[in-house]
Design a protein around this ligand. Structure first.
Ligand code: CAO
Length: 476
């Protein structure tokens, strides 16, 4: 079938095929993209008017296609309806029309790039208009709101919905299957307007709560769109940037027995009355209890003194394009916190200059603010490395994701008890008791940190946790 020009103003005789989106053998649906063409006026994507299988491309990309000549053959056997057939079959009054449609035997139908969709009215200048007029009673839809694949139209028919009532979210406002499901759901819950509106940034945290997933009575899969929260928005951006970092994962098992004992001893001290001499001398920070985290944070900082590369960042802003390492003197350790509004990572600043008590006090301050949603930008910025104690929730190992601007992150697993098996003098093995262990999972930026460096630095942290008294020698 040959067709006359429609997409370009009359007078244009040829256009360049910029690229093909299909190849022979490819299955296409109505409105599937076929190719992109460029005239001296515009670049346009040509879509198929038919469902079928591509049989032949008349031109290579880069070649000039003649307007009014076929440029692709599509086998539409079994995919053309009678109404369309009638519209397209040359009338006896125009016997000289070059168009031809396959007979019922299903010949391949050449499609002209400049032919409008069968029902699209043509403007005098030859440009294509919106194919389906929108009734004035309805709010204006996108230009192609009513354009839809046969499957979408079928769905509309199934649910007895006028496609023009639906706000399409597809390209140029085209109605998609999801739009239909959303429309039905909104209609059912009486909040059609809200559901049809695009989401606004700054939505409240509880807006992220997933909608009820009770089985649908219609039996069809229903997808529901939900705005992401501010926190998720931040996470989305940060984690997307993290994708550029090749992660080297290193995991280790740490014996927590001695730290457990030390912590219990210190917490007994902190539990004594404020008037107790030992409290008044030692606890000027008002900390009532120590968790394991301040010790871990301090151990990481001490390891950074030996392996400062893990506290550095990569700078790629040099005009030569050559990456550089930027070393940093302060250990500003970001601590992942699970809060009612989601993941937040406030920063304990200059850990190298802090004691276990001051770190604990700062962690408590940050956690209180995080839970209340009152962390300041200062609290959230300037991190040079991150610790994520996911073990306080659960899990043995994790694969922590490095934050852009940092080179490493430590994920702390759950402290758990495992049998302590020893070998006796006679060579026999026996269970001596139980021991507390915890797995530390590190990720390092493998572009600049090699595995050996990561393993050695992790070894220092391990040694400090397993012999926490050694930390005393490093305390300021
Ligand atoms: N294994 C076992 N128990 C742990 C533990 C671990 N790894 N970490 C903490 N605990 C225990 C504590 O010892 C404490 O118990 P006791 O009072 O009986 O001693 C209890 O869990 C509560 O600790 P906590 O969570 O209040 O304190 P914390 O300093 O260890 O951690 C915080 C604080 C804010 C980091 C933590 O509450 C949190 O939010 N963790 C989740 C971090 C997260 O989401 N990481 C994932 C980031 S990627 O999405």
């Amino acid at each position: 079938m040959n067709c006359e020009p429609t997409l370009f103003p009359t007078g244009i005789v040829e256009c360049e095929i910029i690229q093909w989106f299909v190849e022979p053998g490819a299955r296409v649906e109505e409105f599937s993209k076929l190719c992109e063409v460029q005239s001296d006026k515009a670049s346009v994507e040509i879509t198929s008017r038919f469902e079928g299988v591509v049989k032949k491309l008349y031109y290579e990309a880069g070649e000039m296609a003649r307007v009014g000549k076929p440029f692709v053959d599509i086998d539409i056997q079994g995919h053309v309806n009678q109404e369309e057939l009638q519209k397209l079959t040359p009338s006896p009054s125009s016997p000289s029309s070059p168009e031809s449609l396959p007979d019922s035997a299903g010949e391949a139908a050449p499609v002209d790039p400049e032919r409008p969709a069968p029902d699209a009215p043509q403007k005098p200048d030859g440009a294509v208009e919106t194919p389906v007029p929108v009734p004035a009673s309805l709010k204006p839809k996108g230009k192609h709101a009513a354009l839809a694949t046969p499957a979408v139209r079928h769905l509309c028919k199934e649910f007895k919905i006028d496609i023009l009532e639906i706000d399409g979210t597809g390209k140029d406002g085209r109605v998609l299957k999801e739009d239909i499901h959303r429309f039905i759901q909104a209609k059912e819950s009486g909040v059609a307007a809200a559901a049809a509106q695009p989401t606004t940034p700054g939505a409240r945290a509880d807006a992220a709560r997933p909608p009820s997933s009770s089985p649908s009575s219609a039996g069809a899969q229903i997808e529901t769109w939900q705005p992401i929260t501010k926190t998720q928005e931040g996470m989305f951006k940060t984690m997307t940037r993290s994708l550029n970092i090749p992660h080297f994962l290193y995991a280790d098992e740490i014996d927590f027995a001695d730290l457990h004992t030390l912590r219990s001893r210190l917490n007994k001290v902190l539990a004594t009355t404020p008037s107790s001499p030992v409290q008044s001398v030692r606890n000027t920070e008002g900390v009532s209890k120590l968790s394991f985290l301040p010790f871990i944070v301090k151990a990481v900082s001490i390891a950074l003194q030996q392996y400062p590369i893990l506290n550095a960042r990569v700078d790629v802003s040099d005009p030569t394009g050559k990456p550089q390492l930027v070393y940093r003197t302060q250990h500003n350790i970001g601590v992942a916190m699970d809060t009612p509004s989601g993941l937040l990572v406030p920063v304990v600043k200059d850990v190298g200059a802090q004691s276990i008590l001051t770190i604990a006090a700062e962690l408590a301050r940050l956690q209180t603010l995080a839970v209340a949603g009152k962390l300041s930008p200062q609290d959230l910025s300037g991190g040079t490395i991150t610790v994520s104690n996911i073990g306080s929730i659960g899990g043995t190992y994790c694969s922590p994701v490095i934050v852009e601007g940092q080179l490493a992150i430590l994920g702390v697993g759950r402290i758990r008890e495992v049998p302590d098996i020893i070998q006796q003098g006679d060579g026999e093995w026996k269970v001596k008791g139980m021991r507390k262990v915890c797995n530390f999972s590190w990720s390092a930026d493998h572009r600049v940190v090699d595995g050996a460096t990561m393993a050695r630095a992790a070894g220092v942290v391990r040694a400090l946790i397993e012999e926490p008294d050694v930390m005393i020698m490093n305390l300021k």
